[in-house]
Design a protein around this ligand. Structure first.
Ligand code: ZN
Length: 266
């Protein structure tokens, strides 16, 4: 378990640095970014890292090891692993969709969507409340489906790599990305999900794009380099306001959001 978690940390830090470096050299969108946005994204991450270590990981480990039944071994271990990974990805599709469709969940997820451009740091921009609620939902699913702990850890690594990749501002060859997105969520696919308006209710997939085709959330919008990113009529706010935003009266938020203007198109 400890070795798994150490390997996970090394893989994730390596992926983060590689993508951050790559998107700086080959950016898809050129924007001048102020320091406030990085403070928000990394600052929110600083809250979720200890939460992960102290609550999320123990909770997930408990759910995976204390399930009241064991999955029967009917297939080869690799097929079993693949099926469980697909099952978890399907669960995340509906979990992400629920965070958009239920107001009580959206108030937390909106913190992620208020980012007014995207890059690798957006992948770690989540309110600690969302991370906690997601962990509870996922633990319940893992417990009910009796998904083995090693499968859950492998899935977590894949999700984090996928999240960094799809939020990144990396310029990819067009045909390569179009081919890849038939199965895998790519930056162009996920940036459309961050496009204000109806597209925010599209492209909920986390690893695979198959669920968006299957459940009617595939958008025909093509990402273009000047496409706005964020939430309609809301600007980003400093990190102190992001932390308390989900607990505020939502009807009063529109006038309170006032940090906009730092991200200028160049
Ligand atoms: Zn979303």
């Amino acid at each position: 378990m400890t070795q798994f978690l150490a390997a996970k940390s090394i893989i994730l830090i390596g992926t983060f640095m590689a993508l951050f470096f790559a998107e700086t050299i080959y950016p898809k969108v050129r924007r001048r970014l102020g320091p406030d946005r990085y403070i928000s994204n990394i600052g929110l991450w600083a809250f979720t890292v200890p939460l992960s270590a102290l609550v999320v990981i123990p909770l997930t480990a408990f759910a995976a090891t204390q399930a009241f039944w064991t999955q029967p071994v009917l297939l080869a271990p690799s097929i079993n692993l693949l099926l469980n990974l697909i099952l978890l990805d399907l669960f995340l599709y509906w979990s992400h969709r629920a965070f958009h469709e239920f107001d009580i969940l959206w108030r937390f997820h909106a913190v992620h969507h208020l980012d007014q451009t995207l890059d690798t740091t957006s992948a770690v921009r989540f309110h600690f409340g969302e991370v906690f609620i997601s962990a509870l939902l996922r633990a319940a699913f893992v417990f009910v489906m009796a998904i083995p702990l090693t499968t859950v850890i492998i899935f977590e690594v894949l999700v984090l790599i996928s999240a960094m990749f799809q939020h990144s501002n990396l310029r990819l060859p067009k045909n390569f990305e179009e081919g890849l997105r038939k199965l895998i969520v790519t930056p162009s696919h996920h940036w459309v999900h961050h496009h204000p308006g109806p597209d925010t209710q599209k492209h909920y997939g986390t690893i695979s794009t198959v669920w968006d085709r299957l459940f009617g959330t595939w958008s025909q919008t093509k990402r273009d380099e000047n496409m706005p990113i964020g939430i309609d009529d809301h600007q980003d706010v400093p990190i102190a306001d992001l932390l308390i935003r989900p607990f505020k009266d939502q009807s009063k938020l529109m006038s309170a959001d006032d940090m906009g203007g730092e991200n200028d198109l160049s």
